[in-house]
Design a protein around this ligand. Structure first.
Ligand code: SF4
Ligand code: SF4
Length: 187
């Protein structure tokens, strides 16, 4: 939308009220919701059927606001007050034990969702994005340190004397280190 590539009527969760808000901030015309993107309805809540949950943690990885609690091989559960009803956890579950239930009957769009709830969800999303980026960076740094150690081991290894083999291995490790450095800069 910001770059003008998408229209302002493609957000069923925001509904008609959301389109009016988007029209106000974008200066575009108010228009009906695009039916090809879904229909406006009550806000949903994800519910895990704990009897079937196998504790695979895939739903935790899929949830953009970090509102699913659980650990590997243990039952998982949704923190109701933090769930936005985005549905992203549903296809992630390999045993189909997540369902969505309406929690705001008769209310949809911005009538089913307060500004405080939206702000809290955005904060949770941003915190998650930062955490994932930090974890990726730390992992890249660990791998780069490992590669550097390997490179220095290689240089001093007495058994590997073939210069071509050494050069090939060094090139692979240096390329991995360069990729890690590039990722760190991009983050
Ligand atoms: S519906 Fe969305 S916000 Fe709710 S638990 Fe599933 S992924 Fe998280
Ligand atoms: S994806 Fe399904 S089975 Fe896996 S932890 Fe989540 S709810 Fe349980």
């Amino acid at each position: 939308m910001a770059s003008g590539e998408a229209d302002i009527n493609r957000c069923p969760p925001g509904g008609a009220a959301g389109i009016v808000r988007l029209a106000a901030i974008s200066g575009r015309e108010v228009q009906p919701l695009d039916p090809g993107r879904g229909s406006e309805g009550p806000r949903m809540l994800a519910v895990i059927d704990e009897a079937w949950c196998i504790g695979c943690t895939l739903c935790i990885k899929a949830c953009p606001v970090d509102c699913i609690i659980g650990a590997s091989k243990l039952m998982h559960t949704v923190v109701d007050a933090q769930c936005t009803g985005c549905e992203l956890c549903v296809p992630a579950c390999p045993v189909d034990c997540i369902s969505l239930v309406p929690v705001t009957p008769g209310r949809s769009g911005w009538q089913a969702w307060s500004s405080e709830q939206a702000d809290a969800a955005q904060q949770r999303y941003l915190a998650r994005t930062l955490r994932l980026s930090r974890e990726r960076r730390e992992n890249d740094e660990r791998l780069a340190a490992k590669a550097a150690t390997k490179l220095s081991d290689l240089a001093s290894h007495s058994r590997l004397t073939d210069p071509e083999v050494l050069a090939a291995k060094r090139a692979v490790i240096e390329a991995a280190m360069a990729r890690a450095r590039q990722k760190r800069t991009a983050d």
